[in-house]
Design a binder for this molecule. Structure first.
Ligand code: SAH
Length: 347
């Protein structure tokens, strides 16, 4: 089977080119063609015939196919269901703000974390995505925008908050980040990429050593170990205290902060006591809190708190002077909001 072109980082591509005695300039031409232009056909007339023939016969340029597109009628959120070569499916979401978009990428088919509040977890883990399947979600979403909302093909932020635990598929996610960052291609700024984790410590260790500068988000959800155990089963193996200690050791750039995500669940983690403990835990850190009212999905056992309860929770955090944002659900009419992705259902 041919290797996917989209699995190659720029330096991988350079090695292929050297090993096969092709002209050095081919690397930048190909990255420009496939990542900057996002051309739908292989590059043939911009490089020597021999080089073009070499890439055509040794590399696969196919990308995950768009199976279903759902556009939210509330807020222009777009959800894609992609069909992979082995017929597995994953979802990707474009989240709009002022005619620009953030893209929420999936990193695995399903997820092994089995968090009690997350729809993806009910699928179990099927497999890791490859780098080309991760990068492919971005390119295909961009092409869809160019064709369907011309002039709006501006995807400025990348968040690994779709299906899967990105740090559990470290190698492929790291390579995808390297490709996104490449100046020869999409040239996304390092501060525009965020990886969200449930707190998988082996991945966090590698993250801090191998891709510093990429932003980190931790799904915190409860400051109490026993409650967090109930929500996020891997907390039993990698307790919050150890995760936070690990994060504290990570060197952050001057203006960089860690995002702590907190799902608000009615009568479970929405009390003043929860907010106070959360504030005590994070005060003094370079922290930013995202409060996410729980998003329901078919069969879910939790509910979102009433609005005044949410405002009260934020007010308690404000006394600690930690920047806190209440994140409104986008695209929930098409099950595209946080925790609603489940490609088995694909609705
Ligand atoms: N595995 C990674 C990334 C995927 S989840 C992680 O755990 O961070 C992306 C975000 O959506 C996480 O903060 C997750 O906790 C949140 N989320 C999951 N299910 C949700 C739900 N039903 N309602 C609101 N947010 C949810």
């Amino acid at each position: 089977m041919k290797q996917s072109f989209y699995d190659l980082t720029y330096s991988d591509l350079e090695s292929v080119i050297h090993q096969n005695n092709l002209n050095d300039s081919v690397a930048s031409v190909l990255f420009n063609w496939h990542y900057k232009k996002k051309a739908t056909v292989p590059c043939v007339d911009k490089i020597a015939k021999g080089a073009a023939a070499f890439f055509e016969s040794n590399f696969d340029f196919a990308l995950p196919e768009i199976d279903i597109v759902q556009e939210s009628s509330n807020d222009r959120t777009v959800k894609f269901l992609f069909k992979l070569k082995d017929n597995h499916k994953v979802e990707t979401v474009l989240i709009p703000f002022h005619n620009k978009y953030s893209i929420c990428l999936s990193s695995q088919v399903g997820c092994a974390m089995n968090c009690s509040f997350c729809f993806t977890g009910t699928q179990g883990l099927k497999r890791n995505l490859t780098t080309s399947e991760i990068v492919g979600q971005f390119i295909q979403a961009w092409r869809w925008l160019a064709a369907n909302r011309p002039g709006e093909e501006r995807i400025l932020n990348i968040v690994f908050m779709g299906q899967g635990e990105p740090l559990h598929n470290f190698d492929a996610v790291k390579k995808a980040c390297e490709i996104f960052l490449s100046k020869h291609g999409t040239s996304i700024g390092i501060q525009k990429i965020t990886i969200s984790t449930a707190g998988y410590i082996p991945g966090l260790k590698r993250w801090s050593e191998e891709i510093p500068g990429v932003n980190l988000a931790l799904s915190l959800h409860s400051p109490f170990e026993d409650k967090r155990n109930e929500l996020i089963p891997i907390n039993r193996k990698y307790p919050l205290a150890e995760v936070l200690a690990m994060i504290d050791q990570i060197h952050l750039n001057k203006k960089q902060f860690v995002t702590y995500e907190y799902i608000l669940i009615k009568d479970f983690n929405d009390s003043t006591e929860d907010a106070t403990k959360l504030g005590e835990l994070l005060v003094g850190k370079s922290a930013y809190i995202n409060l996410i009212p729980f998003n329901a999905f078919p069969g879910s056992q939790y509910q979102s708190p009433a609005v005044d309860k949410i405002t009260q929770f934020k007010a308690t955090l404000d006394t600690f002077k930690i920047p806190t944002l209440i994140r409104t659900a986008k695209g929930d009419d098409v099950l595209a909001a946080c925790g609603q992705l489940n490609s088995r259902v694909g609705v």
